[in-house]
Ligand binder design. Sequence first.
Ligand SMILES: *Cc1c(COP(=O)(O)O)cnc(C)c1O
Length: 226
Amino acid sequence: MEVKENLQHIQTKIERACARSGRRPDEVTIIAVTKYVSNARAQEAVDCGILHLAENRKEGLLEKQSLIQDPKVTWHLIGTLQTRKVKDIVGKVDFFHALDRIKLATELNKRIPEGQLNCFVEMNISGEESKHGITEADLDKFIDALAGFEHLRVVGLMTMAPNTEDTDVIRQVFHRLRILRDRIRERHIPYAPCTELSMGMSHDYEIAVEEGATFVRIGTSLVGNE
Ligand SMILES: *Cc1c(COP(=O)(O)O)cnc(C)c1O
């Protein structure tokens, strides 16, 4: 399928999810996750007007960027980052969705020469051992520990839904992330406005939108997976 058709389908679904939950579609930004696809396919997404692109690995991000040199594109790194690779992405990423440990925050802060990197704190809500992310119990402490890092700005929280067909379980995870987001937002911390929610992928973005997602990260059903 062409990206254009997929996009139209997804936009319709998002509009309906917004209508069901009393939201406006312009509150939701679609990020095309291009990690499985070619540079040409990523370019096709940009040509359809998708101006937010994401990769989960540093290598993929740099490769896509070297070919899609479009200043209108906002780049998202959505996967975990090894501390030793931080230096390679500094200045090249607009949003980082996987801030999950202080050691990484320290390295990012040290390497970013000026300005602030927009970060999402990645949360492990479901408690699955295989998942990255901060647990609910550690969130406040983690946010507090970021206080001294002048180059990091916590724009929101991110999570991945558990691997299950049970939509109630998925919904609960997204709902919980929203409650945590609200809690941090209400603290009015200058370095952590925490207004955004990065949640929802190909199979669960409609639920995520109903639960308040402001960024959905869609790969397979938007640009494909081969
Ligand atoms: C791959 C990936 C996605 C997109 O997954 P799809 O199921 O293909 O939509 C979203 N978020 C993260 C963190 C990913 O690694």
